[in-house]
Design a protein around this ligand. Structure first.
Ligand code: PMP
Length: 449
């Protein structure tokens, strides 16, 4: 007691209400106040350090306080911190849009900005519905989603999500999406390949589209990885089948790459692995390498044209957020894209991803590890009871891993029973080895008794 950490914790707990937290936990689970970051490391006020293995909620790509991104933001700060984006424009937002259009598949030609992932998903949902309305099909009001999906915390996005922990309480307030069983390969039978399982599971989607396409605006998915529900993963073939079926049934496809975009799955965008293009692509998180809040929805000329008309037709998309296209955030995004352009990030990640797999491989033998799964730079380990059943959620085994990791200079933040790594791309092989050791120790402790 009496340390700089404890003094700030005390002040914090008097005035803050933390996100995604039962505040009573902090009676026994200390907050970790951070003074500064550098590379993969976070330093607290007492000088302890923590390896940010989860990229601070999956946003950080190139480490904390990256000199180049810092400098770009500083330079921009001297020019323009913010300006309204309705009626006005600025260089960073124009250049960023040009580069995003260039980096994404050809049909995606238009960028609409928001300031967080949830609001980007809301934009995609609204635009899709509004597109059909502008085309004389106002009955297309529904959305199809996958079980276990997560698209944000606002009422609109909870409506198309399916993680009970976040959704259940608010159900009476939410629109009702059609929820189709996910191609999640954790659920496959022994001996069945990811591809065979994901392909097989598509029949549920086909049936839903068959029955509901006439009243459905869009299908929304997290391509290749359903992160928030516990890093569940599936094969790209599902996206190919989905793209073909959406076209055949006249339904939009919304790709929410907010968590999986910008190299997380092994390609710049996850959809590349299926060689498909969505009608709406939602990006955020890694877009600014974890620096500033920014999100974007990319869409097609076809969608844009459905809104382009004389003002009095009232077909315009009248949606706005105050900080839309903030110049500092756009500059952070431009610096991020420079880093992808100027070095072979994806190639280096391939080596790091292989190393992550090797480093945790011995854990596959652990009696309480049901599965180790990986897609690119996302690696997850599923803790379970020795008889294969999940640990009851009340036992909060993941928190024990979290607590242990903090004593060993690592920030691991399991999702329920799922311990995962989603590190910044500047992590070294030695640091990965350390994480694997800490995870193994933590899992051993957490699964005892
Ligand atoms: N979609 C996905 C797939 C996400 O993982 C998240 C955030 N975890 C969101 C949407 C929401 O983004 P935000 O937290 O910025 O609102």
């Amino acid at each position: 007691m009496g340390t700089a950490n404890s003094a700030l914790i005390e002040r914090d707990l008097r005035v803050l209400w933390h996100p995604c937290t039962q505040m009573k936990d902090h009676e026994w689970l200390p907050l970790v106040p951070i003074r500064r970051g550098e590379g993969v490391w976070l330093y607290d006020l007492d000088g302890n350090r923590y390896l940010d293995a989860i990229s601070s909620w999956w946003v950080n790509l190139f480490g904390h306080a990256h000199p180049y991104i810092n400098q770009r933001i500083r330079d921009q700060l001297e020019q323009l911190e913010h300006v309204i984006l309705a009626g006005f424009s600025h260089e960073p937002v124009v250049e960023l849009s040009e580069r995003l259009v260039e980096l994404t598949p050809e049909p995606l030609t238009r960028c609409f900005y928001t300031d967080n992932g949830s609001s980007a998903v809301e934009v995609a949902l609204k635009m899709s519905y509004h597109y059909w309305r502008n085309h004389g099909q106002p009955q297309k009001q529904r959305f199809i989603t996958l079980s276990g999906s997560y698209h944000g915390e606002t009422l609109g996005t909870l409506g198309v999500g399916d993680v009970a922990l976040y959704k259940e309480t608010y159900k009476p307030l939410l629109m009702e999406a059609l929820t189709v069983p996910s191609p999640d390969c954790h659920a496959r039978e022994p001996g069945v390949s990811w591809e065979a399982h994901s392909r097989e599971m598509f029949r549920h989607m086909e049936a839903a589209l068959e029955a509901h396409a006439h009243e459905t605006a869009a299908v929304i998915v997290e391509p290749l990885g359903q992160c928030a529900t516990g890093m569940r993963m599936y094969h790209p073939v599902y996206l190919q089948l989905l793209r073909e079926a959406c076209d055949r049934h006249g339904v939009h496809l919304i790709a929410d790459e907010i968590a999986v975009g910008f190299g997380r799955t092994g390609t710049l965008f996850a959809c590349e692995q299926a060689d498909i293009c969505a009608d709406f692509l939602c990006l955020s998180k890694g877009l600014t390498a974890g620096y500033l809040p920014l999100a974007v929805v990319l869409t097609t000329d076809n969608v844009f044209d459905a809104f382009y008309d004389d003002y009095a037709s009232l077909r315009a998309f009248m949606h706005s957020h105050s900080y839309t296209g903030n110049p500092l955030a756009c500059t952070a995004a431009l610096a991020t894209l420079d880093l992808f352009r100027d070095s072979d990030v994806i190639g280096r990640n391939r080596i790091l991803a292989a190393h992550m797999a090797e480093a945790v491989a011995p854990l596959a033998e652990h009696p309480n590890i049901g599965e180790i799964r990986q897609t690119g730079m996302i690696l997850a380990m599923e803790m379970q009871q020795t008889d294969g059943r999940p640990f009851p959620f009340e036992e909060r085994r993941g928190i024990r891993v979290y607590q242990h990791a903090l004593t060993r200079e690592a920030l691991l933040r399991p999702l329920g029973n799922v311990v995962y790594f989603m590190p910044p791309y500047v992590i070294t092989e030695k640091q990965i080895d350390h994480l694997a050791t800490v995870a193994a120790e933590g899992i051993e402790r957490a699964t005892r008794r």
